[in-house]
Every structure is written in structure tokens, then in C-alpha cells.
Design a protein around this ligand. Structure first.
Ligand SMILES: *Cc1c(COP(=O)(O)O)cnc(C)c1O
Length: 375
């Protein structure tokens, strides 16, 4: 058996190598490395796939979040609410822009922001909410949009982990995650569900004015070359990355299905064991399993992780330290005990290998090892 990995990018590449290599070669031959035709083509592909009016490609997912908040024209002192159970990028950009970062605890089952606590965190200074669709399934967007609309607050979805997932509202309407809020952000970091071969990201919106503003910000605050209306940034998806994504987007639904099949096999093996809890599903959202994350209840999570490592099986803790207890964010004034759910989860979650190339034999080996330890 080959070395087991959390994510197998090499196995995935081998299956699409001729197509990818040809597309990359075409960019090199054309020398249109920046803003070449491949970028425009990918923009159209993704707009069509997501059924959204505007996709604005940019340099990475962190930039996508930062540029989105810049486009809202927020001022220092304006409050932005997000989940405490996320990757640091979500909160970093809020802090960098000098905005007031307000954290909200997670739902203990779905790991996503708890809408009841969200509503309690709203003040007259709240200007934006950034729900994160953590691990690949939607936050409770129906409640979040209702709350946001009631208080006239802008919603920026952090969809770095759930591209391709569908969300169905109570009225039966289905939309892709990342296109429900006023703005949506995603990342094409190589290990993300739609990953390129370097850095990449995009912003999604159905709002023409915001789209125009965002295009301007990504391009040094400029609409016309060498004329600058505002302070912007330089954030671009390069043509080689777009060429890779033009191939991979055709397989995104297959990739989601492969992850869902692997998750179903894990579920079937683990659902009857009392010492572990399989990922709970939000019934309104599909789950595209950026991560397959167990809660280890009756046994010690860190000992299980070491046991798996001794058998050559990697397993990761997303996220080991809640954001309010990270050194960089202690100045927010939160203390231990303020976010009981996130604090508890950080001690019991364990993500198993999850990717598009997980074969049945490897998965059985992983499952047997987990069950041997948790019995
Ligand atoms: C990966 C990720 C980001 C940042 O994306 P980059 O492309 O690495 O900058 C932001 N938010 C979440 C939730 C992520 O998982």
C-alpha cells in the first residue's frame, strides 16, 4: 500500500495530466501570464457553475475576504461578526482592516456559527456577518439571512471549504453556497476541494455595483490604467492557475461525489460506536467533505492520533486552539470559558484522511485502525 496522505494531489493529477499539461503549455506558449484568456474563461466557467452573476478572481482566499470587506467601505469601529471555529484567515482580515472583530460560538453538532448566539451579538455598530461553511457544509444560511436582513447587515460567506455544495431553503429554492450572501469568497489553495497548483481565490456576487467596486480594488483601485480612484491592492489569479482550474472545474461534481462516497464508508463503519461521533449533517445543505471530522468522546483524542500515526495514518486537528485564545487575538479581551463549544470541540475533534482518490482498501485499513483503538 502506498503512503497514506490526508490529501492525495498527486494521484488526482495523474488522472488529468494530459489535459492539465496541455492547458499549462498553452499559457506558456502564449506568454499571456497575467489576465490572459484562461482567466476570463475560468471566470465564465465558475459563474455558470455557481449560477452567479459575477465571479471576480483574485490572488487567494484570504485576499478574497479582505477585498470583500474593503468593498463594503467599513470604517474603524464598525463591528464584523464571525465564527470562532474557523481558519485564522477569516478573522485576520477583519483585524488587519482595523474593524472590531466579534466572535460567536459554534453549533456543537455542525461546527458552524450558532444563529441564536449570532443574533445576541448584534449591536447598532454591526456592519457585516461572515459565516464560514466549515469542513464543507453550509452554515444555517436561512436563519443568518433572516437575521441580517432584519438588521440591515451585509453577509460575506467564507466558502473556502464548501465550493460545490448546495443549500435548499424552506421554500424549496436551491442555491450554491457562496452565492447566497451579498458576497461570497472562496480559495483555490491546492488542498481545497477545487484547488489549483499554487495560490488562487475568487469573490462571488449578484450585485453589479459591488462587483465593479471589487474589480477596481483588486486592480490597484483603478478602472483605467494609471488613474486611481481609491487605495486598492494587487490581487490576481494568474493564467497558469486559471488554466489548471479550467480543467478541474469540469470534474468538481465528480470530486464532490468521491468525497461523499468516502464519507459514507466512514459513516457506515463508525456510526454504531459509542466512543466516536460521525459528522452531523445540516439537513438544508449538502456536505462536500473538505474534511471528515469525528468527535472522539469516550477515548483520548490525542492518544488515538498517536496510535494512527504509529500505523502510518495521518490525522489532523482542525482547529487545536480556539481563535480567542490565540496569542495574536488576546487583545480582543476574551478569556477561557467565553466560548464553551469551540473550546470543547478543539479538544475532541479529529479529521481523517479525506480526498478524491481514497480507495476502498486504504479506507478499510484506516477504519480498522480507528476501531481497534476506540473499540
Ligand atoms: C483556506 C481558507 C481560507 C484562506 O484561503 P487561502 O487561499 O489560503 O488564502 C480562508 N478561510 C477558510 C475557512 C479557509 O479554509
Amino acid at each position: 500500500m502506498e503512503k497514506i496522505q490526508m490529501v492525495d494531489l498527486s494521484g488526482q493529477y495523474k488522472k488529468i495530466k494530459p489535459e492539465v499539461d496541455a492547458q499549462i503549455q498553452e499559457v506558456i506558449d502564449s506568454c499571456a501570464f497575467i489576465n490572459g484568456p484562461a482567466v476570463k474563461e475560468f471566470q465564465k466557467h465558475l459563474e455558470n457553475y455557481l449560477q452567479v452573476k459575477h465571479v471576480i478572481p483574485c490572488g487567494n482566499g484570504t485576499d478574497a475576504l479582505q477585498i470583500s470587506l474593503m468593498a463594503l467601505g467599513l470604517k474603524p469601529g464598525d463591528e464584523v461578526i464571525t465564527s470562532n471555529f474557523t481558519f485564522v484567515a477569516t478573522v485576520e482580515v477583519i483585524a488587519l482592516l482595523g474593524l472590531e472583530l466579534v466572535l460567536v460560538d459554534a453549533d456543537p453538532n455542525t461546527f458552524n456559527i450558532d444563529p441564536k448566539l449570532l443574533e445576541k451579538a448584534i449591536t447598532k455598530n454591526t456592519k457585516a456577518i461572515v459565516p464560514v461553511h466549515v469542513f464543507g457544509q453550509g452554515a444555517d444560511m436561512e436563519s443568518i439571512m433572516q437575521i441580517a436582513n432584519k438588521h440591515k447587515i451585509t453577509v460575506v460567506e467564507d466558502n473556502a471549504q464548501a465550493i460545490g455544495a448546495d443549500y435548499t431553503f424552506a421554500d424549496g429554492k436551491t442555491q450554491k453556497l457562496g452565492t447566497i450572501g451579498h458576497l461570497g469568497c472562496t480559495s483555490f489553495f491546492p488542498s481545497k476541494n477545487l484547488g489549483c497548483y499554487g495560490d488562487g481565490g475568487a469573490i462571488m456576487t449578484n450585485n453589479d455595483a459591488l462587483a465593479e467596486k471589487i474589480r477596481q480594488i483588486t486592480n490597484h483601485g483603478s478602472k483605467k490604467k494609471y488613474y486611481h480612484q481609491e487605495v486598492g491592492v494587487n490581487s490576481r489569479l494568474d493564467s497558469i492557475q486559471a488554466a489548471v482550474l479550467n480543467v478541474k472545474i469540469k470534474y468538481l461534481d465528480n470530486y464532490c461525489a468521491a468525497r461523499q462516497a468516502a464519507a459514507a464508508a466512514y459513516d457506515a463503519a463508525f456510526s454504531k460506536n459509542n466512543n466516536i461521533e460521525i459528522p452531523a449533517r445540516n439537513k438544508k445543505s449538502t456536505h462536500v467533505f473538505h474534511q471528515y471530522t469525528l468527535k472522539i468522546k469516550g477515548k483520548n483524542r490525542d492518544e488515538l492520533r498517536e496510535f494512527l500515526a504509529s500505523k502510518g495514518i495521518p490525522a489532523m486537528i482542525y482547529y487545536p486552539v480556539p481563535l480567542h485564545l490565540q496569542e495574536a487575538y488576546l487583545n480582543l479581551g476574551y478569556k477561557s470559558g467565553d466560548f464553551p463549544v469551540t473550546e470543547h470541540l478543539s479538544g475532541i475533534v479529529l479529521s481523517l484522511p479525506m480526498h478524491t482518490e481514497l480507495d476502498a482498501q486504504t479506507q478499510k485499513y484506516i477504519i480498522d485502525a480507528v476501531l481497534e483503538f476506540v473499540k
